[in-house]
Ligand binder design. Structure first.
Ligand SMILES: Nc1ncnc2c1ncn2[C@@H]1O[C@H](COP(=O)(O)OP(=O)(O)OP(=O)(O)O)[C@@H](O)[C@H]1O
Ligand SMILES: [Mg+2]
Length: 504
């Protein structure tokens, strides 16, 4: 919607600016940020508002108008200060000390209904001291892609930031990687924290261990509060971060997500996934798949994501060394693989309909089933999501009776040269799946079907899906396919009953 400038926006209060903002990061002082102002945009058209998130902050969607969104998150009226956060980072392995929020700022911090503190951060809100000559803007397509990625990942059970609003701002931007001129936007994102590994790296670079310690205390106070007053709280923080990041990597891998830019300035200290630029959901299982065209050596390819996260955690030891014993950090980092493998196996086994547990299947059986499944996916080049969706749609309790019933309707196409190998692999996979099904009692078959519906999405935003909604926006300003895709991502998996009741 476009608001004429003559409308008096001050006669009514705005629930978005009147949330109980808490200046947690601001209180750290200006060693950590610069106060900045937002750009003035020629136009404000609300393209996306996340009513789900409003509920999380205790706001009823019908009490927040589109005009409220535009006023708060397009004109940026009614709140201050805005803080461009300072950080550095390793980008593709090279240290970059010229970073920081170059096109965004911390808008404010607010608690959700469960009492956890969240950041509202912007992207595309104008230049800052860290813009390095760039325009401080976000392309509309970039905004649309970030909205979609976050909603999809959230629905698939990945710990992620989410977009609260996306407003088109009426400027013409020039970009090397989009047909230009291209449309502009400003986004507001809700994330657990925008403190990055690179926020600590910068303090070390400046030789400020005092500021590092203050920041670490702050991180523990707000994001790891159960560790306050614990002996060895700093080491425990690092150990928990290692575990959370390993689990996050396993979440990405299981849903077939390639983040594409796992630089240390894109790694959250709360181990939440964020910053969705050139990401892609894989179409086939291929560990070498690389999503960013500028990632020439495949550093952040799909299969390298766990290793990249591990490397980033190792780099974080450098600023923490003055506060935590180095050998102790190494010892807990050595657990990364254990956390990763456990979570990855658990999640993949669920996608196959099972549960690793005392009543379910053993970890060894789960690992063997997973190994065989990945080999089949790799050799056959069958679509990654298609395979699991077919399992969801075709599974029937009679698969337990006879292995030939399994995927009886499905053809697994394979390139001619591999057809025989694939056929053998498929027969072996089928036999093994049949055996695993027979580990379970007959009355577990409903639970298998339910897990398949909960963990295998009907819709995944692979690139052609995104392009198919972008095309009508670009050509005819037709947003209906985008909203329809958002609806489909929200309904793509069945939620457990308790989450459905909680309105998720
Ligand atoms: N158009 C731009 N104008 C100014 N700075 C930019 C622009 N694009 C990227 N940057 C800066 O370049 C660095 C790396 O960008 P990157 O794309 O990882 O982050 P971002 O997407 O802007 O923000 P975030 O990590 O919060 O999602 C950041 O410091 C970012 O602020
Ligand atoms: Mg970034």
């Amino acid at each position: 919607m476009v608001l004429p400038d003559s409308i008096d926006r001050f006669h009514v209060s705005n629930p978005l600016t009147e949330l109980a903002y808490e200046p947690a990061f601001e209180r750290l002082g200006d060693d950590y940020y610069d106060s900045v102002t937002a750009a003035e945009f020629p136009r404000h058209t609300l393209r996306f508002r996340n009513d789900d998130l409003l509920l999380r902050f205790g706001l009823r969607p019908d009490t927040v108008s589109d005009a409220d969104f535009i006023d708060a998150f397009g004109y940026f009226r009614g709140r201050q200060p805005f803080l461009a956060m300072r950080y550095h980072g390793y980008q593709f392995g090279e240290y970059n000390s010229r970073l920081g929020d170059g096109r965004g700022f911390l808008y404010g911090q607010v608690r959700d209904v469960q009492g956890e503190l969240y950041d509202l951060g912007t992207k595309g809100s104008g230049t800052t001291p860290y813009s390095r000559g760039a325009d401080g803007r976000l392309t509309l397509k970039g905004g649309v892609r970030e909205v979609l990625a976050a909603e999809m990942l959230h629905r698939l059970g990945v710990r992620t930031s989410r977009c609260l609003s996306l407003i088109e701002t009426g400027e013409a931007l020039w970009r090397g990687d989009e047909p230009s001129p291209t449309r502009s936007s400003v986004m507001v994102r809700v994330a657990r924290s925008h403190i990055r590994f690179g926020t600590f790296e910068r303090l070390h670079y400046l030789g400020r261990q005092d500021l590092t310690q203050t920041l670490l205390n702050h991180v523990i106070q707000f994001y790891y509060p159960h560790l306050i007053d614990q002996p060895d709280a700093y080491l425990r923080f690092y150990a928990e971060l290692v575990q959370r990041v390993a689990e996050l990597a396993a979440q990405w891998m299981s849903v077939g997500f390639c983040h594409a830019v796992l630089n240390t300035d894109n790694m959250s200290i709360a181990a939440e996934s964020f910053d969705y630029g050139p990401y892609a959901f894989i179409q086939q299982y291929d560990p070498q798949f690389t999503a960013a065209y500028f990632d020439y050596y495949g550093r952040y390819c799909y299969g390298n994501q766990p290793t990249a996260c591990l490397w980033n955690l190792q780099m974080l030891q450098v600023p923490l060394k003055g506060l935590i014993e180095a050998f102790e950090m190494e010892t807990v980092l050595a657990q990364f693989d254990v956390h990763y493998e456990r979570t990855y196996c658990e999640r993949m086994v669920r996608k196959l309909g099972f549960e690793v547990s005392l009543e379910g299947i053993s970890i060894e059986v789960g690992q063997e089933l997973l190994r065989r499944t990945l080999k089949l996916l790799w050799e056959s080049k069958v679509g990654y999501h298609d395979f699991f969706l077919a399992l969801r749609q075709q599974f029937a309790p009679n698969w337990r009776e006879d292995a030939t019933h399994i995927f009886a309707q499905a053809e697994i196409d394979a390139p001619q040269a591999q057809a025989e190998t694939v056929s053998v692999l498929f027969q072996q996979w089928r036999q093994f799946y049949h055996q695993v099904l027979n580990h379970l009692p007959i009355d577990e078959m409903d639970a298998v079907a339910q897990r398949l519906r909960q963990h295998n999405p009907m819709t995944v935003i692979i690139r052609p899906e995104i392009e198919a909604v972008w095309e009508p926006i670009a050509q005819d300003d037709d947003w209906q396919p985008f909203y329809a895709l958002l609806d489909r991502t929200r309904q793509s998996v069945e939620l457990p009953v308790d989450e459905r009741l909680a309105g998720k």
